[in-house]
Structure formats: C-alpha cells, structure tokens
Design a binder for this molecule. Structure first.
Ligand code: ADP
Length: 835
C-alpha cells in the first residue's frame, strides 16, 4: 500500500488533505505530522511515497524541513510537494526548487491538482524506487563483482609474488649451480644425443687441455678412446633407457697424454630437449698408483718365482713396460772389486752388446754419482764437454739411468732409452723409476745372490763328485803300477826264471815305477802351482835343442807305452831351427810332453804330429805350437772343461784309458805362467789338435846351440865323480849308473866327508851333491868345496816338492841341479855337460 505523509501545523489542513486523499485514493494510507521535526521523524521511519509539506510552519518551516529531508540519505529519495500560501509565489517556488522540492501546490488546495500532483509524485517515486532498487541491485552486483575481481586480483598478486619468488629462487639456484660447475674440480660436459659437445666447465678444459671454444667444436668421440663414433647412438639409447650410468674411460689430452677417467653419465631435459651430461673425475694418478703397486707386487713375486736372473730381469722389463717405455732396456751390474760392469740383460733396437766398459760411459757415471741421470741431448752434450762421459754405443734421443742400491751401496744401473722420441721420459718417469728401483734392487740382488749360492752349491756338489771320481781314479792309477812292481819283483825274487824272463818282468817293473813317479810328480807340480809356490827359472835356450830333447823323451815314452806303430813327427820350419827363446826350459818341455803323452795315449793308430806354426811369429809376439793327433778326439762340450783339474772326458769307473786328469791342467797353468795360452782347435773333427803359445822375443840366431851341446858331450870314461849322498840306496843307484858309464866314483855320506874328499883328491871332476844330510848339509858343503876349488862343478840333487831348493842350491854355488828321482839319461847328459 502507498502512503502519503502530510506535514502541516494546522490540523484543519491536515484533515482536508487526509479526506481528499482518502476519497480519491482509498488504497493509500495518509500519515500526518504537525511539525517539520515530527514529519522528518515519521518520514525516516515510515518511508512514505510522497510528502506534502506546508511551507509556513512555526519553528521549522517547510523549506527547512525539505532541506533536511533532502539532505538525509534515508529521506532524500522521497518526493516532496511544497504547499505554498498563494498560487503564484515564484520566490517560494525558486527557493523550494533550490533546496530540492519536487513539486508545488498552492492553497487552497485543489483536490484534482492535489491528486494529480500526488499521482505524479507517486509514479515518480515508484520509478525512482525501482530505479533505486535496480541501482542497489546493480550496485550489489558491481560490489560482488568487485569483490570477486579484487579477490581474483589478490590471488593473481599472490601468484605473481610467488612466481617472482620462484623465479628469484630459480635464478639463485642456477647461478649457484653455475658457480658449482665453474669451481668444482670435476669436469662437466654436456652433449646432445649425437655426442656433440654443447657445454663444458673450466675444470674439464684444464683436465683435457683444450679451450672451451675448441671443445664446443668437437664431439665426445673425438676425445673418448672408449667410444667409437658409430657406437654413440647405441650408447645414448642405453643411457636413455637406464637414465644414468657410471663407468671408467680413457680420454686423450690435447698434448697426447692419456687420462684415466671416472665418469657419471646421465640424461637431463633442457627446454624439453634430452641432453647427455658427463661428470668426469680424473683418476689417472690413482690408476697410476694402482699400476705401480701392481708392478711392485709382480716384481717381488717374480723374484720368488723366476728361476734365474735373466728370467727375472725379463719380467721386470715387462712389468715396467706397463708404466714406461722399455723398448730399449738394460741392466748393468757393477763389481766394485774389479771396477767392471757386466750386462746380464739387454734389449735394444740398435746396440747388441754384452758388456760395457766402465770408463767414462753414462752407465758408469750413474754408478760414480750414485744418482739418477735423465740425459737429454743437451745434458749429454754438457757432460761430454765437461769430459764426464765419452761416446759409447748409438746416440739416443733421451737416456734415463737409475742406480740400483742395497743399503745405500750401488751395485748396478737400470737404463731405458729412446732412439726416436726425445720426450719419451720426463721427471715423472724419473720419480716412478726411483720409486720402483728399490724393489727392483732387492729382487735383482736376491736373485743374483741366490744364483751365486746355487752356482756355489753346484760347484760344491760337482767338486764333491769330482773328488769321488778323483779318489777312485787315483786308487786305480796308483794300485795298478804298484801291483806290477810288487808282483813282478816278488816273482823275480822267488821264482827260478830265465834271464829273458827277468828282463821282461824288470821292464814292466821299470815302466810301472816310472808311471808311479809321473803321478807323484804331477801331484807335486799341481800343488806347487796351486799354492803359488812354483817359481820360473827362465833362460835363453835354443828352440831346436828344446824340441829335440822333447822328441828324444817322447820316443822313449812311445816305446814304453807300446805306441811305436804311431807315426810321430816333429815339424820345425827351417827358418826357426836356429832361434833361441827366453823361457823356463823345463816347464816348456813339460807342457809339450804332457800334450804329446796324451796324443799318444788317445791315438790307437795313425799319427801324432807336433811343431811350430810359422805364420804367427813376429817380433815381441807369440810362438804358436801345436800337437795334432788322429786319435779318438774330444767331444765339443768337453773341450773347455778338460783343462780343469781332475776332469776327463770319460769319468766312469770303466774307463778305457788310464790317467788322473791332472796333465792338461798342469799344461794350462804352466802355459799361463810362461805368458801364453792353451786351447783345443774348436773345429777339429778328426782326432784332436792342441795349440799353445809362449812369448817370443827375437834374440837373433843361436846357431851354435846344438854344436855347443854336442861339443860338451864327452865320454865319462875314467872321469872321477864324487857322489855325496847319505841314503844308501840312492848312493848305490847313482854309483851303479855312473860306473856302468865308465866313470870312477867316490862316495861320501855327508858334507864333511865330501869336503875332505875334495881336499884330498884333485882328480875329482864333478860333484853330485845331495842337499839334506846329517853332520853337514849340501849347502854348506858346496860353499866349502867352492872355496877350495872354485872351478869344480857341483850338481845339486834337489827334491821336486821342496820349494826353494833349486834357488838355494844355485845361491850356495852349485852349477846345476837335477831333480830326484834321478833318471839315468838325464843324469848322464848333465854330467857330460861338465866333464
Ligand atoms: P789324463 O790324460 O791323465 O786323464 P789330462 O789332464 O792330461 O789327464 O787329460 C784330461 C782328459 O782330456 C783326458 O782324460 C782325456 O779324456 C782328454 N784328452 C786329453 N788329450 C787328449 C787327446 N789328445 N785326445 C783325446 N782326448 C784327450
């Protein structure tokens, strides 16, 4: 229902208005107020659709009331119709319009005008209300929208802030990642799926030696020795399915060096493109250390497992070869006692040598300085200029030698060198070699000692064996002739025999005795040589005479050994027949006789030829003698050892040929003592040929050598010879030989009697003086005899084994000497020299 508020201070007016409205608009409610104040109260409260307001009212007139109504938000929308006092009250109307009045009515109020005005106002009010409510609705919508928008706005703001924060975080994170990549020690490489490098970090550049720009032009397969270009797609596929892999690989640096790398490889998406990343750690030194550890271990194992030094060094070379270039490799061992170097092992592209002179070689330099030498060409030149080293062997581009030491003492050098690459070795190789050299030294020293020990053991075993062989041989060699001597002398003594039988048996006894004597002499001789007590008595002798004497002797030997069927020949080139040589004649003859005896012994049939080889003669040079036979020969593998004492080709108990194995070793030692050499022709296949040399000084011809000796050869008939000898048997033996030769003998038992005899008997022409006698010895007696008759020749009888006899005898004044046991031929020959 509509309502109209009428405000008028006059009740009558109010009644009129109420009646009019009730009449015209029965559905409309009329509210009344008697003052402006009351009217405002009611208007606020009841919200009438139109207000009819009288202008003239006490206290608050209609203008004031209208003004307040229009100023109040609760009432300003209510249309106000001002009721003026008279019709044309323009002033009031203007005033009323200014303060917001909507229409005017004038008094007396015309009902139709009132109704018309009221209706208009109601319609306006209705429209206004609608408008207002629409506006409110609109405002509400706007408000709601605004709220929503501002909410959305706030959300957006939040999102923007969050996004900004995230972006900031991401920015921070990626710069942190970049920082990590830039500063990490590990290498980082990013490639596409084809292996093309798209990013690397500084650590990788340092590691591999290429710049970032160079690397960005490369493919990972250009660097990685383990990945072949055609395998990259397969590898990437595997990686894509696994997502991650870790493996060790090998890459080659720009400078050619090979690196061992530990790689973590994975796939990541950058802008939705899959990429392969590599995190790379350089484990070269770790690998190196592992390798070196392995080398050390293997070398120490080899020291135990390898059989000999060569095998050990071979395996050291192979092991070292896993860490450095050992194409040219050798080990030299140093003997500080002899100051010499031996080369047990060498493998070299150019030089094949077996020894190194210890002079001014690089190897010797390392030993001298006791420190490692890395000799580049410049260093070598420097050392050469200083005179520290000289040229030896082929020139190498670089030479590296490390001393091998045990307890600080250098005993060898390990050397590697390159003929092609001057950069083959550097300081790091020096470090490695020095590090490993200790282990190598221990291994080599150990094996060397072991080998020496083994050699000593073998030698001891061998000498033990030889001792047994020697004892067996000796027993046999001594017993056989002794049996003959004892057996046959027994028969002669007891049996009734014919003269011929006695002569035959006697010959056997004599041969056996001589044989025994030879053995005894050989043993004495070798003992003297071995103990260094043998002295040489050199003199100038005619070569022809020496050889003739040997020939005479060996012919007798040939008869005694029943080898007369062997054709024995002595060949002396005519131009040498008259020369004389400076040597010890006895020793010289002994060498030749030993060889000839063997030649006869080991030649069942055929010939034995000996002599001098002409073309080897020169001034201050050597005379070369030979003894050639057509006998059983000597196997090649025995041609060296038979010169060792007691060694024989046949060492079994069932030997075909007798012998003690001493003869050749005496011959060898005597030859060396005389300044020569002895050997067997290594190529001889039929029989054997021995050679020996002795120094020869051209002293001119000795043409009367032979004549002189023949001149001296006089008869002993009626020559008086004094035999001074305390041993009855020996005295009888000498007496028998000399009287048989026609000489007159006088015997004295000691030196005193001898001196007295000389004083008494002027007929004495030669004295045969024993040296060891009771009362007065031979030395003293000789001195005294010489003081009485200085020209009387005195020949001393010396004992073979007694060192110094000969020298002492000569010193005491003896003119010559003869060694006991005295042989008939030699004695007669000697005495004839002096009568
Ligand atoms: P022996 O002859 O007393 O055994 P040697 O030292 O003189 O001792 O010789 C050593 C060994 O050398 C002999 O046993 C023999 O086996 C061998 N031999 C030496 N000379 C000859 C030779 N002319 N022909 C064959 N073998 C020989």
């Amino acid at each position: 229902m509509k309502s109209i508020l009428a405000i008028d201070d006059k009740r009558s007016n109010l009644i009129t208005i109420t009646a009019l409205i009730n009449d015209q608009m029965p559905d409309c409610k009329v509210l009344i107020a008697m003052s402006g104040k009351e009217g405002i109260e009611i208007a606020k409260k009841e919200q009438p659709d139109t207000i009819l307001l009288d202008i003239i009212m006490p206290e608050m007139d209609g203008f004031e009331t209208c003004k307040r109504l229009k100023e109040d938000a609760l009432t300003k929308h209510i249309p106000v119709v001002l009721i003026t006092a008279f019709k044309i009250d323009t002033e009031s109307r203007i005033k009323g319009l200014n303060i917001g009045a909507d229409a005017f009515l004038s008094k007396p109020i015309d009902s139709s005008e009132l109704m018309a005005q009221v209706n208009v106002m109601l319609r306006i009010k209705e429209v206004e209300d609608k408008l207002r409510s629409e506006k409110v609705a609109l405002e509400d919508i706007v408000k709601k929208r605004t709220i929503k928008i501002s909410e959305q706005n706030r959300k957006l703001q939040r999102e923007i802030i969050e996004r900004k924060q995230t972006e900031e975080k991401i920015k921070n994170l990626s710069s942190r990642n970049q920082l990590i990549l830039d500063t990490t020690m590990d290498g980082y490489v990013l490639t596409n799926l084809d292996g093309k490098i798209v990013d690397v970090n500084p650590a990788y550049c340092t590691m591999i030696g290429y710049s970032k720009e160079e690397l960005l032009e490369m493919n990972i397969t250009d660097l990685d020795a383990e990945i072949k270009p055609k395998e990259i797609s397969l590898k990437t596929k595997q990686l894509l399915s696994q997502g991650y892999s870790r493996n060790e690989s090998i890459q080659r640096c720009k400078n050619g060096k090979v690196l061992n790398l530990d790689m973590s490889i994975g796939v990541m998406h950058i802008n939705e493109t899959p990429m392969v990343f590599y995190f790379i750690r350089n484990i070269t030194s770790q690998k190196y250390a592992e390798k070196i550890q392995r080398v050390l271990l293997n070398i120490s194992n080899a020291a135990i497992t390898k059989d000999n030094l060569i095998e050990l060094i071979c395996s050291i070379k192979d092991e070292l070869g896993t860490v450095i270039d050992t194409t040219n490799f050798y080990i030299a061992l140093y003997n500080d006692e002899t100051d010499t170097l031996s080369l047990p092992f060498i493998e070299d592209e150019k030089d094949v040598v077996t020894s190194i002179p210890s002079g001014n070689t690089l190897t010797y330099y390392v030993i001298k300085t006791q420190s490692t030498l890395l000799a580049t060409k410049e260093k070598l030149k420097e050392l050469e200029d200083l005179g520290e080293v000289g040229k030896y062997g082929s020139d190498s581009e670089i030479w590296l030698g490390v001393p091998l030491k045990i307890k600080g003492k250098v005993f060898g050098v390990l050397v590697v060198q390159s003929y092609t690459d001057e950069f083959a070795y550097d300081e790091s190789d020096v470090e490695i070699l020095e590090f490993i050299s200790e282990q190598i030294s221990i291994a080599i020293k150990r094996k060397d000692d072991e080998q020496k020990l083994k050699e000593a053991f073998d030698k001891a075993t061998e000498s033990d064996r030889l001792k047994s062989v020697f004892l067996a041989t000796m027993t046999h060699e001594l017993r056989t002739p002794l049996n003959a001597v004892i057996g046959f002398s027994e028969i002669i003594k007891t049996e009734d025999l014919s003269i011929d039988e006695i002569k035959t048996f006697n010959k056997t006894i004599n041969i056996s005795g001589n044989h025994l004597l030879n053995i005894v002499e050989d043993i004495f001789e070798i003992t003297l040589i071995e103990t260094g007590e043998l002295k040489l008595a050199k003199e100038s002798v005619s070569l022809q005479k020496l050889l003739n004497e040997v020939h005479e002797f060996i012919k007798i030997e040939q008869q005694n050994t029943e080898k007369e069927h062997i054709d024995l020949r002595l060949k002396i080139p005519p131009e040498l027949k008259k020369i004389s040589i400076e040597t010890d004649p006895l020793k010289f003859k002994q060498i030749l006789i030993n060889l000839l005896k063997n030649a006869l012994k080991f030649t069942p049939k055929g010939s034995v030829e000996y002599g001098i080889i002409k073309d080897h003669i020169s001034k201050e040079a050597l005379l070369k003698f030979y003894v050639k036979d057509t006998g059983i020969g000597i196997p090649k593998n025995k041609r060296e050892i038979i010169f060792e004492i007691f060694r024989q080709v046949e060492e079994s108990h069932s030997r075909t040929y007798g012998g003690t194995g001493i003869g050749l070793s005496i011959a060898k030692k005597l030859t060396e003592l005389l300044g020569g050499k002895i050997w067997i022709d290594p190529n001889f296949t039929k029989g054997s040929t021995f050679y020996f040399t002795i120094p020869y000084k051209d002293k001119g011809e000795d043409d009367d050598g032979e004549i002189r000796s023949t001149k001296r050869m006089g008869k002993l008939k009626n020559k008086t010879i004094l035999i001074v000898e305390d041993n009855k048997t020996s005295s009888n033996y000498l007496n028998f030989i000399l009287t048989k030769s026609g000489a007159i003998t006088i015997c004295a038992e000691n030196g005193e009697i001898a001196v007295a005899s000389v004083e008494k008997n002027a007929a004495i022409e030669v004295v045969l003086m024993d040296l060891y006698m009771p009362v007065m010895d031979g030395y003293e007696a000789t001195k005294r005899i010489k003081s009485i008759r200085p020209d009387l020749p005195v020949i001393a009888q010396t004992a073979f084994a007694v060192e110094g006899d000969r020298e002492n005898a000569l010193e005491a004044g003896c003119d010559d000497y003869i060694t006991k046991p005295i042989k008939k031929e030699l004695l007669l020959e000697l005495i004839k020299k002096y009568v």
